[in-house]
Design a protein around this ligand. Structure first.
Ligand code: 13P
Length: 265
């Protein structure tokens, strides 16, 4: 699907969700425009899905499993292909992925289909060697149950789930190393930021994106921090190999605004 998107010049939206209401909104929107869509959970989003009051160490594992099962049950009724993904698992969140892979293995043995389509490991704050070593180890486990892996090079700026990224642009030569390993898709930092873009934002670095695209061939690229990027920049990013675009903040703001209005009325 990602290779098809890259070849045909479109990107699949990956929308962060926190409950059945936000999942249903994503499914409904995708169904209205007849588009495949990616439903994704951050660790915080999965914990929220389980209930903020649940303090067990596996709350985010249970929340993500419950959310995935909701999607498995509902997607057919909305009539669109849905990819289930988890967002940014930094090194300290690997136990979350371990829990999901245990559940994923069980699900695969029963149904011959993966519970999640893919997980993202974000070891961009670690050394390249460690990033590659850990990702390859997980890549093998995921491949065995028909899953894909997303990894990050360079660092998305801004804040998500309380994690503040410094905003580092990826090195095309390092991106090529990742593509050569056969990793499924790559989030490469190109000046993109989680959360709202500041008024003095320099924009996406298309020169670097072009070089990364050239160096990585058919590998689908991922653009994080999708909220607030002007349409023209989105189009240019897609023309340079971006096949997955993450959106979170925009949906949270609309949801918060609508809730406030409802309370005021
Ligand atoms: P925004 O919150 O800026 O939309 O970014 C979403 C994202 O990249 C999730 O990983």
């Amino acid at each position: 699907l990602f290779s098809y998107a890259k070849k045909e010049g479109f990107a699949i939206p990956a929308v962060n969700v926190v409950g059945t209401d936000s999942i249903n909104a994503v499914l409904e929107a995708a169904s209205k425009v007849k588009s495949p869509v990616i439903v994704q959970f951050s660790n915080g989003g999965a914990g929220f899905y389980a209930g903020k009051g649940l303090k067990t160490s596996d709350a985010a594992v249970l929340g993500a499993i419950s959310g995935a099962n909701h999607v498995h049950t509902m997607a057919k009724a909305y009539g669109i292909p849905v990819i289930l993904h988890t967002d940014h698992a930094a090194k300290k969140l690997l136990p979350w992925i371990d829990g999901l892979l245990d559940a994923g293995k069980e699900h695969f043995e029963k149904t011959k289909r993966p519970l999640f389509t893919s997980h993202m490991l974000d070891l961009s704050e670690e050394s390249l060697e460690e990033n590659i070593e850990i990702c390859v180890e997980y890549f093998k486990k995921m491949n065995a149950i028909d899953m894909m892996i997303e990894i990050e090079l360079g660092i998305t700026g801004g804040e998500e789930d309380g994690v503040v990224g410094s905003g580092e642009v990826a090195d095309p030569a390092e991106c090529k190393q990742i593509a050569d390993l056969g990793i499924d898709f790559l989030a490469a930092g190109i000046g993109n930021i989680h959360g709202k873009y500041p008024a003095n934002w320099a924009g996406l670095n298309f020169e670097v994106l072009g070089k990364i695209n050239e160096a990585t061939g058919d590998m689908p690229l991922v653009l994080h921090g999708g909220s607030g990027i002007p349409d023209e920049m989105i189009k240019e990013a897609i023309s340079l190999g971006v096949a997955k675009i993450n959106v979170n903040t925009e949906c949270q703001l609309v949801f918060a605004d609508a809730t406030r209005k409802y309370i005021e009325e």
